[in-house]
Design a protein around this ligand. Structure first.
Ligand code: SME
Length: 153
């Protein structure tokens, strides 16, 4: 998808989510709504969901897509890299990312965006997988970071 089309798509999704998320203060309902809208509006999203830290482990939360790992091995893979580095990680080809955890062998590229709470501590990540190589770029990163800003975690 070209950059202009991507930005337009994400802008429409942002405004739709802004309206939808105003319905409740419940964090899990907001996250479920974000996962559903993103997953069904962007055709290259193959798996879309959240992992949150709990007792030092990364545990899956609401998601859309095929069955995923419930617990991610500590300090391994893309989600833990997002947690440990505190920044968005874009993986153009998961086979070139050392330690990548393949919950589904069809995933080829991935983006992980960490969530920060109001004190700036990282609490979890949004993780999106695509079946195509090179699906995610700085446009996805910036737009997804803005969307996550709609939720207090
Ligand atoms: N690939 C991720 C694991 C989660 S799944 O993609 C749903 C990782 O390496 O952390």
């Amino acid at each position: 998808m070209d950059t202009k089309k991507k930005i337009n798509r994400y802008t429409r999704i942002y405004h739709q989510l802004e309206e939808l998320l105003a319905d409740t203060n419940d964090r899990d309902a907001k996250l479920a709504t974000i996962a559903a809208v993103l997953h069904h509006k962007i055709e290259y999203y193959f798996w879309t969901g959240f992992y949150f830290l709990k007792d030092g482990e990364l545990i899956v939360k609401t998601y859309q897509g095929p069955l995923a790992c419930q617990v991610l091995e500590k300090n391994k893979g893309v989600c833990w890299a997002g947690i440990n580095q505190g920044k968005t990680i874009i993986v153009p080809d998961v086979h070139n990312f050392q330690g990548h955890i393949a919950c589904d062998s069809r995933s080829r590229s991935e983006i992980v965006i960490p969530f920060k709470d109001m004190n700036g501590s990282i609490t979890g990540v949004l993780d999106v997988d695509s079946k195509d190589l090179n699906s995610f770029d700085e446009t996805d990163a910036g737009c997804l970071e803005k969307i996550l800003g709609l939720v207090n975690v």
